[in-house]
Design a protein around this ligand. Structure first.
Ligand code: 9UX
Length: 76
């Protein structure tokens, strides 16, 4: 099936925050696309089917988002 990662994100307050987070997410290898929801404080990330280690990608996403100034939390 399709590979997805859902994250909770704290600290977003405007569309510029959404844009910054989408750019951070796009830097992580294996990411195909993302949708970041400002009102719900959430991000859904679609991964390439050939990604084997979802936990590793999730960890890298959390780091990149953190470096952008927001807090990402894994949901599971
Ligand atoms: Mo908007 Mo977000 O001007 O840090 S970009 S509040």
């Amino acid at each position: 099936g399709e590979k997805l990662i859902d994250l909770s994100i704290k600290g977003m307050t405007c569309a510029g925050c959404v844009s910054s987070i989408e750019k951070a997410i796009a830097q992580v290898p294996g990411v195909l696309s993302s949708s970041v929801d400002l009102m719900n404080g959430a991000a859904r990330i679609h991964l390439n089917e050939d990604v084997d280690d979802l936990n590793s990608v999730e960890h890298q996403l959390i780091i990149k988002i953190s470096e952008s100034g927001y807090e990402a939390i894994a949901l599971d």
